[in-house]
Write a protein that binds this ligand. Structure first.
Ligand code: HEC
Length: 122
């Protein structure tokens, strides 16, 4: 049983990675103008540790934020629900593994708003 899971994983993960990269959508993921600043902040300050599709980042130190915050579901969580979770992660850190205060004040809010709006958009 375990062996089957491992084999499936070995096949599916590269296939998924290829289909994602070879999808013909080479342009940077576009976001609405009012989220551009938050996207920049994310790419600079968060992307080395986190994967987020709309930011085009693929960090693996921390969790994939699309998966974590908005897993595929018939009723994905609303941005208003995700926002406080992201803001608290940025302001307070997480479990001693994500440093707190990477961004503060208005920038912490801006990056959190961006993540809340785009998490799960693939
Ligand atoms: C140094 C690497 C690192 C950086 C930089 C980083 N994170 Fe994290 N982040 C982590 C790790 C590791 C975790 C998981 C911690 C755990 O589960 O114990 C995490 C968890 C999270 C979570 C999940 C919190 C929850 O509710 O489970 C969110 C949201 C998050 N990070 C957002 C961000 C944002 C936004 C930024 C940029 C401002 C950022 N992170 C920068 C490493 C990082």
């Amino acid at each position: 049983m375990f062996g089957i899971v491992v084999v499936l994983f070995a096949i599916l993960v590269p296939a998924w990675a290829i289909s994602r990269e070879g999808g013909g959508d080479a342009s940077p993921q576009s976001v609405p103008a009012d989220l551009e600043d938050g996207k920049e902040l994310f790419v600079t300050n968060c992307g080395s540790c986190h994967t987020l599709y709309k930011a085009g980042t693929d960090g693996i130190v921390g969790p994939d934020l699309d998966e974590l915050l908005a897993p595929p579901s018939p009723s994905p969580p609303a941005a208003e629900t995700i926002y406080p979770r992201v803001l608290s992660a940025v302001e307070d850190g997480v479990g001693g593994k994500m440093p707190k205060g990477i961004l503060t004040g208005p920038q912490a809010k801006e990056v959190s708003e961006f993540v809340a709006q785009v998490a799960g958009d693939r």
